[in-house]
Ligand binder design. Structure first.
Ligand code: NDP
Length: 246
């Protein structure tokens, strides 16, 4: 395990699911962790309590990623509380399913605001605070690499945009010794995509391993990219998808 002692990480959408697993894993590796959430303060505080029980410092910040001022405020709160920021994990996201003809303009705008604009805004707000060795890791989706079934136009569009963000930012921040990478999960058992949901068997069928992943399996990949072992990896896309895109 790479030690993250002395590092400070900010995980968006860290109150549950994949984000909570990432927050806990980075804390386990030694980092102090701030996490954002939109509405679920009880679950956010439960993650904070678990991190505190590990002997690390944690902070939960309510911040809707669709709100630019809230994003700026969240980054400012982290820097004020911890005095530094080393790792940004752009994890918060929302799903959408349905044919393109049935998508209302408001639905398009809302999803793009959370899945595309927010990671951009977080990177913009965090970049000035990141020092040499800093990390940005964004959570994309296997649907950015292989759209195996219809009904995913809006969601796949939003996640594919993270490739551009990642590669362009890797070029921009590389000269400062900061890496920027993208992790593409496959079907992962969370509130967003429960392993006993209506479409779970259908999704399982597209993976090579024939199973859902656990949030901790995605967190392990993020920990590698955020840690010292990932220092020469940048602008990369890492599929943690059970072979969904194979
Ligand atoms: P969940 O729905 O289980 O959790 C979402 C998290 O994001 C919660 O902490 C939630 O906070 C937060 N969040 C949602 N909207 C906002 C917002 N507008 N502003 C701030 N925080 C917000 O999702 P997952 O853990 O399943 O997904 C995490 C990421 O992984 C997403 O980007 C998703 O697209 C991606 N992903 C997930 C896959 C899966 O199969 N689960 C597969 C591929 C990618 P709150 O609790 O307050 O609502």
């Amino acid at each position: 395990m790479t030690t993250m002692n002395g590092k400070v990480a900010l995980v968006t959408g860290g109150s549950r699911g994949i984000g909570a697993a990432i927050a806990l894993r980075l804390a386990e590796d030694g980092a102090d962790v701030a996490l954002t959430y939109r509405g679920g303060s009880e679950r956010a505080e439960a993650v904070v309590a678990k991190i505190a029980a590990m002997g690390r410092t944690a902070l939960a910040v309510r911040a809707d990623g669709a709100d630019e001022a809230a994003v700026r405020g969240a980054v400012a709160a982290v820097v004020e509380r911890f005095g530094r920021l080393d790792v940004l994990v752009n994890n918060a996201g929302v799903g959408a399913v349905g044919p393109i003809g049935g998508t209302a303009v408001e639905e398009i705008d809302t999803l793009l605001a959370v899945n595309v604009r927010a990671p951009y805004l977080y990177a913009r707000a965090a970049a000035p605070h990141l020092a040499e060795g800093g990390r940005i890791v964004t959570i994309g989706s296997c649907l950015a690499q292989r759209v195996a079934f219809p009904g995913a136009v809006l969601y796949a569009t939003s996640k594919a945009a993270m490739t551009g963000l990642t590669k362009a930012l890797a070029r921009e921040l590389g000269p400062r010794g900061i890496t920027v990478n993208l992790v593409h999960p496959g079907p992962i058992d969370t509130d967003m995509n429960p392993a006993d949901g209506d479409s779970a068997d259908f999704q399982r069928g597209f993976t090579a391993l024939g199973r859902y992943g656990a949030p901790a399996e995605v967190a392990g990949a993020v920990a590698y990219l955020a840690g010292e072992d990932g220092r020469y990896v940048t602008g990369a896309e890492l599929a943690v998808d059970g072979g969904f895109a194979a």
